[in-house]
Structure formats: structure tokens, C-alpha cells
Design a protein around this ligand. Structure first.
Ligand code: NAD
Ligand code: DAU
Length: 352
């Protein structure tokens, strides 16, 4: 079996669902159920003996030790994190706690557990650290996309905390020989994406007739990857990645934010037309994010070359599926827009 952390969040839940759709290897899913964790994402696994959910904190060493001793996983796939850049600007403390201390705790627990394994079990064990392209900083328009050899230049409290966690993972391999692999992925989108992030926020605001807040001039560039393609990349690296290596995962799909918003509006115009007029009428430019990175882009040739991974979706197919998913899952959207969500919207957008 494998131990997944953060498997009730956006990418983690997609990973668990895809994993169990493709194999019968059980998953123990450790998640603290912060505001971003949602068991409704895993509702289709209710009663499925292959999935064991444990509510708990990755910073709780005794809990992690006991899960490892009880379930004896062959791998840890580590998604759990505070993941939203804007929240890291308003309150960086939780990011240091979970992303840095939490990763340290997991590494130490994994080291003790792996140290007690023997023979084939020991040789097969993997610690897979799920990280982000944001650790590389911001690209100029003419720069080549991020390669694994780029220097780390994190610019936000979030990316600094993820960079710190990547360094810990590297050091635990280099010093202790812990069998690790790290993946650094670009911006994901798809089902179960919490509507604090650009694409789902634009969909839910548009459907509610609310302003679509575009930071600054909207010309910041991100490289977008459909979440299930990220999950297949992680599976490929977990299965065949070289120990101690990092692999960039991306969609070869650079888009300016304003273009993303216009694409979402056009799809909604087609799939759920608003009698009041095109959704693009709601686009509102607002004060920029402090320290906003201008451009990210991923050079994904290493994972393609070594492991034969390629995204299955184009942006056109992936974004259409995504918009349709939000239209089909109005109950999920309503449930996540709780009181705490409203507090965040007012914290982040009221003064912009
Ligand atoms: P998310 O915020 O949607 O989910 C994070 C999950 O971790 C939640 O279920 C939350 O409850 C859980 N969690 C948080 N703190 C915890 C703790 N202390 N102990 C246990 N569980 C805890 O995040 P996501 O977008 O699914 O991202 C998952 C991982 O992928 C993160 O490590 C993130 O840095 C990385 N990543 C995200 C993207 C993206 O576009 N979203 C891209 C590249 C990498
Ligand atoms: O690149 C990978 C990263 O992508 C992950 O590591 C992060 O966990 C994930 O949150 C994401 O970070 P971003 O900051 O790029 O994602 P976000 O959806 O918050 O913003 C995408 C872009 O859209 C960014 O340039 C900011 C802009 N934006 C965002 C919001 C929420 C807006 O213009 N308006 C908004 O309301």
C-alpha cells in the first residue's frame, strides 16, 4: 500500500481517485482537513476497503510513526501543504509550519521507518515529494522555460516554504540515503479545485454574476496542466524516477491570466449563457498581488525523455471538461463556499 498526505485536497484527491481507478493497491490518506481539505472529493470511495482515511496533521510525529508501523507502506506520496500564494502573503506562519516543519517531520519518520526495513522492502521504498515550479522564481519574456537545473529563486512566502521543503528532501537523500524523488509542477486546473484559485474562482464568480478580479494588468503568464495529467506524471516518477532526482511536470501551455479569464467566459457563454450578456462584462482589474511573479513556464523534456510521460489533455479539452464539471457539480461548489470561504473572499478582495 501507499501513504498519501493531503489526499483530501485538490490534487491529492484527484490522485487518490485515479490511483484506485487504475490499481487495487490500497491507499492510506492522511489529511488534516484544513479549509482546503474536503471529504466530499472522495465521496465515491465511501465503503471502499482500499481507501483508509485518517484525519491528522503531518506535523504529528507520533501519528505518522504509528501509521507507518501499522500499514507498512511501500511509498509515501506527499501532497499536504498550504498551497495558496495570497494566503501566504496574509499569513505566512501556517506555511512554515506545514510546508517546512511538516515535511521535516515526515522525512524523519520516513527515515526511521525505512531504516528498519530489510532487503526488497527497503530497496523498493520511495518518498515522493510533490512540489511546484514557483521555487524557480519568475521568468523574463525571453527566458527559456524552467529546467531542473535552474537556480532556486522563490519570491513568495509560499514558494519559499516549498523551496525549503525541497531542500530538506534533497538533503535527506544526500546525507541519509533516503530514497526520494521530487516533482515540480506548473499550475493545475480541473475538478475539485478550491474556488480561491484563478480558474475556479472565475467560474463560480461568473455564475454568481460577481466581478471577475484580475490582478494588475492580467498579463502574468502561467503554464497550465490538467490535474489528471499531473497525477499521471507523479505515477510515472514514482514508478520509474531515478532516486534523488527532480522532474519538472508541465503542459507546454503558457497563457496570460487575462486570456484564461476570457476563455472561461467564452465557454460559459456557450454552455450556460447569461441573459444579462457575455460573462466578460464582469472582468474587473484590481490591485496587483504583492511580489507577483510575472511568468512561469516548464521545460518538461526530462520526464518525457526518461519516463515517456506526456499530458493526455490539451488546454482546449481540459478547460472544457473543467467548466462542465463546475456546471454539473453545483452542490459541491455551494458546500465549499461556507462562512470561512466568505471570510477569505473579504480578506483578499475587499481592499483591492
Ligand atoms: P490544496 O490546498 O488543495 O490541498 C492541500 C491538502 O493538504 C488539503 O487537503 C489540506 O487539508 C491538507 N493539509 C494541509 N495542511 C496539512 C497538515 N498539516 N497535515 C495534513 N494535511 C494537511 O493543495 P493542492 O493544490 O492540491 O496542492 C497539493 C500539493 O501540490 C502541494 O504540495 C502544492 O504545493 C503542490 N502543487 C500544487 C499545484 C497547483 O496548481 N495547485 C501545482 C504544483 C504543485
Ligand atoms: O505554479 C504552481 C502553483 O500554481 C502552485 O504551486 C500553487 O499551489 C497554486 O496555487 C498556483 O499558484 P498561482 O499563484 O499561480 O495560482 P492562482 O490560481 O492563485 O493564480 C494564478 C494567476 O492568476 C496568478 O498570476 C494570480 C492571478 N489571479 C489569481 C486570483 C486568485 C488573479 O488575477 N485574480 C485572482 O483572483
Amino acid at each position: 500500500m501507499i501513504l498519501v498526505t493531503g489526499g483530501a485536497g485538490f490534487i491529492g484527491s484527484n490522485f487518490v481517485l485515479d490511483w484506485l481507478a487504475q490499481s487495487d493497491e490500497p491507499v492510506v490518506n492522511l489529511d488534516a482537513l484544513t479549509y482546503a481539505g474536503n471529504l466530499a472529493n472522495l465521496a465515491t470511495l465511501a465503503g471502499d476497503a482500499r481507501h483508509t482515511f485518517v484525519k491528522g496533521d503531518i506535523c504529528d510525529r507520533a501519528l505518522v510513526d504509528s501509521l507507518l508501523a501499522t500499514h507498512r507502506p511501500r511509498a509515501i506520496v506527499h501532497f499536504a501543504a498550504e498551497s495558496h500564494v495570497d494566503r501566504s502573503i496574509h499569513g505566512p506562519g501556517a506555511f512554515m509550519k506545514t510546508n517546512v516543519d511538516g515535511t521535516f517531520t515526515l522525512l524523519e519518520a520516513a527515515r526511521a521507518y525505512w531504516g528498519g526495513l530489510q532487503g526488497d522492502e527497503k530497496a523498493a521504498f520511495r518518498f515522493h515529494h510533490v512540489s511546484t515550479d514557483e521555487v524557480y522564481g519568475s521568468l523574463k519574456p525571453s527566458d527559456p522555460p524552467f529546467a531542473e537545473t535552474n537556480p532556486y529563486e522563490p519570491n513568495s512566502p509560499y514558494s519559499a516554504s516549498k523551496a525549503a521543503s525541497d531542500h530538506l528532501v534533497r538533503a535527506w537523500h544526500h546525507t541519509y540515503g533516503l530514497p526520494v524523488v521530487t516533482t515540480n509542477c506548473s499550475n493545475n486546473y480541473g475538478p475539485y479545485h478550491f474556488p480561491e484559485k484563478l480558474i475556479p474562482l472565475m467560474i463560480v464568480n461568473a455564475l454568481a454574476g460577481k466581478p471577475l478580479p484580475v490582478y494588475g494588468d492580467g498579463q502574468q503568464i502561467r503554464d497550465w496542466l490538467y490535474v489528471k495529467d499531473h497525477c499521471s506524471g507523479i505515477r510515472a516518477v514514482l514508478a520509474g524516477g531515478r532516486l534523488g532526482e527532480t522532474y519538472n511536470i508541465g503542459g507546454w501551455n503558457e497563457q496570460a491570466n487575462i486570456d484564461i479569464v476570457k476563455i472561461v467566459c467564452a465557454l460559459l457563454d456557450e454552455l450556460r449563457p447569461d441573459p444579462a450578456g457575455p460573462y466578460s462584462r464582469l472582468i474587473t482589474y484590481v490591485t496587483d498581488r504583492p511580489g507577483h511573479d510575472r511568468r512561469y513556464a516548464i521545460d518538461a523534456r526530462k520526464i518525457e525523455r526518461e519516463l515517456g510521460w506526456r499530458p493526455a489533455e490539451t488546454f482546449e479539452t481540459g478547460i472544457r471538461k473543467t467548466v462542465q464539471w463546475y456546471l454539473d457539480n453545483a452542490d459541491w461548489v455551494a458546500n465549499v463556499q461556507s462562512g470561512a470561504y466568505k471570510d477569505w473572499v473579504s480578506t483578499n478582495y475587499q481592499a483591492r
